[in-house]
Design a binder for this molecule. Structure first.
Ligand SMILES: Nc1ncnc2c1ncn2[C@@H]1O[C@H](COP(=O)(O)OP(=O)(O)O)[C@@H](O)[C@H]1O
Ligand SMILES: Nc1ccn([C@H]2C[C@H](O)[C@@H](COP(=O)(O)OP(=O)(O)O)O2)c(=O)n1
Length: 682
């Protein structure tokens, strides 16, 4: 996950390959609740691991439900159901911004608290307290459940129950509005079987029910857990008498169809790559029970070529530019946001209709999409329940034909995972303008590794992937600076010195003389290196600690003099240049390996400072050393690195020099990030 302030996505040029997506959020949280309310234990495979499911798991555990992770095996979770009982009678549950936890838990706990005598408080983050829940509260009060809104009437936080058992009014149909959010009906459908032992319970929907596909998921899962609800049209639902949740034993969670929408769009937008035949999505397919699978139809209408099987989809770019559409999106409320970004690549104006529910989601999504698409240069019109998108005006006659009317933009993401995921696709813009995603970690709500998954299948022209080079003499602080800059930008890291150090260790292991250039080059060309969990392995041996020894540094300096060794390591170093960017430290990053890098820093510090820093570093690791010896070694190493014939240590002509003798680590990092910022498009 990119837990950073913002993520700059360079211009993307193509995509191809296979992705496996995380489990569906809607299915995951429903299955968790049903498993918890069932009699018996349920083993769940491929559950989504995200903020929203963590919130649900924590709440269920707090309510006394026992949950075992990695049981019965890796990727599984075992839930021991409480079977309609209430082992914990009081509690305060914090549910973050997870609507799929807040609504059903409100209904289930209101009923359980009334039946058994309990009292619970449910709250969330400030945005959750702005998301209406009044229609569900009204329905629960009709039943006789004590429900108090502790802030504004009709919104969380809520108090459910008053500690005493209540008689519930179950004979009359329970009426609930269906035109604001279908989650209220889902919540009642999931909760009412808990009190339908003696008599059937009927729910009547008032107003036109929106987002029907989500109700279908609910009904499908209820049936899997032993409660077959009778449906009369979309306005009457009857829960049969004698209902009781029974575990199905095992259940697999499909991959998230809404998450699939970004990769379907990717296949429709991205030019195909040689050696790949479009994008393949595993884990969700045409037999999905999720409504958002119908995004496939919308994407086809816009030009995507999509084929598929029960549990897999395959997408290729078809019509290009994409076709503009005028579409009622009521059946795919979440995935339809992706259409707004696809519309930026369409010929003509696209209208997305019947999307009023967007206004009460994680943020006001109509306003958010309009504002952010406008930043990119699109012409946007928004209404209460529609959005109209005219792409940035391209073509050779456009006022600014170099960027085809696209503007570089910093996309604000409103703590809304879908805004962040959608706008990553703007990085294919023909103007090749930079797209910045603010607060990229908000994707953790449903898809923590979204950007990693995206970058795995995307390509950029090599020159388009930014590299920041940090070269300089030993102990100037290159490694420390490079690692922190890479962390803050979310970039990959190349410690090129480690490759020379590993070559020296490999020579030592193999008994190869440090004077035998051809043998050293052969070793370097086939280094069996692996990087795992911040540790480095050479032929399976953990060399993280020996790699950092001063003696290894000295050997590396000798090995690195040989042109044949340097050229043997060249391709390996280039392979680190991957999306979204690279920070590389060494001696010749800016002069030889990445001569086109947009920022090169030559880092120095006085020789006395460097000897002192190295001394401190070694002492802190429990390695004894004398400053005088270190100073002498350092000078020998500097002289050798600077005077060798191939790729000697020297500043690149276009390098910025940074003497950090008087700067601390944080100041050095800030300086480099400021320089980097200055090199970005406005
Ligand atoms: N700007 C700085 N000010 C003070 N100490 C620093 C600074 N930069 C790095 N150091 C410290 O100096 C030591 C050597 O840094 P390192 O990054 O290993 O250098 P290099 O990779 O250039 O050999 C480390 O202990 C590090 O914490
Ligand atoms: N790009 C590079 C990186 C390191 N080397 C050589 C020269 C150095 O003395 C050794 C060890 O490099 P490393 O960066 O790990 O060493 P320091 O941490 O700066 O002491 O490798 C090189 O020749 N070219």
């Amino acid at each position: 996950m990119y837990a950073i302030d913002h993520l700059d996505i360079p211009p993307l040029s193509g995509a191809g390959g296979t992705v496996r997506l995380p489990g569906s959020k809607s299915i995951s949280n429903r299955v968790l609740l049903l498993a918890a309310l069932s009699v018996g234990q349920t083993d769940i495979a491929d559950l989504l691991d995200s903020d929203d499911t963590r919130v649900m798991l924590a709440a269920l555990a707090q309510l006394g439900c026992r949950i075992e992770t990695e049981t019965p095996g890796p990727g599984w979770l075992r839930v021991h159901g409480i079977g309609g009982e209430l082992p914990v009678r009081e509690g305060a549950l914090f549910l973050g911004n997870a609507g799929t936890a807040m609504r059903p838990l409100t209904a289930a706990l209101a009923l359980l608290a009334s039946r058994h005598g309990g009292k619970f408080e449910l709250s969330g983050i400030p945005r959750m307290h702005e998301r209406p829940i009044g229609d569900l509260v009204d329905a629960l009060r009709q039943l006789g459940c004590p429900v108090d809104c502790l802030g504004q009437e009709g919104y969380p936080p809520l108090r459910l129950g008053n500690g005493a058992a209540q008689a519930l009014t179950l004979d009359a149909p329970i009426r609930v509005r269906g035109d604001v959010s279908s989650q209220f009906l889902t919540a009642l459908l999931l909760a009412l079987p808990l009190v339908a032992q003696d008599r059937p319970v009927t729910i009547e929907v008032v107003g036109e029910l929106i987002s029907k596909p989500y109700i279908e998921i609910t009904l499908n899962l209820l049936a899997r857990f032993g409660v077959p609800v009778q449906r009369e049209g979309w306005s009457r639902f009857i829960i049969p008498a004698g209902s009781r949740y029974r575990s199905p034993g095992q259940i697999h969670v499909e991959a998230d169809a809404s998450s699939a929408s970004y990769f379907i769009a990717l296949g429709a937008i991205a030019p195909p790559q040689p050696g790949h035949d479009g994008i393949t999505i595993e884990g969700v397919g045409l037999a999905s029970i999720q409504g958002d699978i119908r995004f496939v139809e919308a994407a086809r209408q816009m030009g995507a070529e999509i084929s598929g099987e029960a549990n897999r989809l395959h997408i290729r770019r078809g019509a290009w530019p994409l076709r503009a559409v005028d579409l009622d999106c009521n059946h795919i409320p979440d995935a339809a946001m992706t259409l707004a970004v696809m519309a930026l690549y369409a010929e003509g104006t696209t209208t997305l209709r019947n999307i009023a529910s967007w206004r009460v989601k994680e943020t006001d999504r109509i306003a958010a999409m309009a504002t952010e698409c406008r930043k990119l240069g699109a012409i946007m019109e928004e209404g209460d329940d529609f959005l109209r998108i005219t792409p940035p005006q391209g073509g050779a006659t456009a006022p600014d034909s170099t960027t085809h009317g696209w503007q570089p933009a910093a996309i604000h993401t409103y703590d809304d995972h879908r805004v962040a995921m959608c706008f990553s696709l703007a990085a294919f813009n023909p103007g090749r303008v930079r797209v910045r995603i603010e607060d990229p970690k908000c994707v953790a709500k449903t898809f923590p590794d979204y950007f990693e998954t995206l970058f795995d299948v995307c390509e950029a022209e090599s020159g388009a992937i930014p590299v920041i080079c940090i070269d300089g003499p030993t102990a100037s602080g290159k490694g420390t600076l490079a690692a922190e800059v890479a962390r803050q930008l979310g970039y990959h890291l190349l410690d090129s010195g480690a490759l020379y150090r590993a070559t020296a260790l490999a020579a030592q292991d193999a008994g190869v003389s440090l004077d035998d250039e051809p043998a050293l080059a052969r070793l370097a060309a086939a280094l069996p290196l692996a990087f795992r969990d911040h540790r480095i392995f050479l032929a399976g041996r953990d060399i993280t600690d020996p790699l950092r020894l001063e003696s290894t540094g000295g050997m590396a300096s000798r090995v690195s003099q040989y042109p044949a060794v340097r050229s043997a390591l060249h391709a390996l170093q280039l392979s680190f240049r991957r999306l979204p960017g690279l920070v590389a430290d060494g001696r010749d990053m800016g002069t030889v390996v990445f001569p086109d890098a947009p920022l090169k820093v030559y880092l120095t510090a006085s020789v006395a400072q460097r000897a002192q820093r190295r001394h401190k570093q070694l002492i802190s690791k429990g390695i004894s050393a004398s400053i005088e010896d270190l100073l002498a070694d350092l000078q020998v190493r500097d002289a050798r690195d600077m005077n060798r014939s191939t790729a000697p240590l020297k500043p690149a002509e276009d390098a910025l020099q940074l003497d950090n003798s008087e700067l601390d680590i944080e100041q050095s990092v800030r300086q480099v990030l400021n320089w980097w910022q200055g090199r970005q498009q406005p």
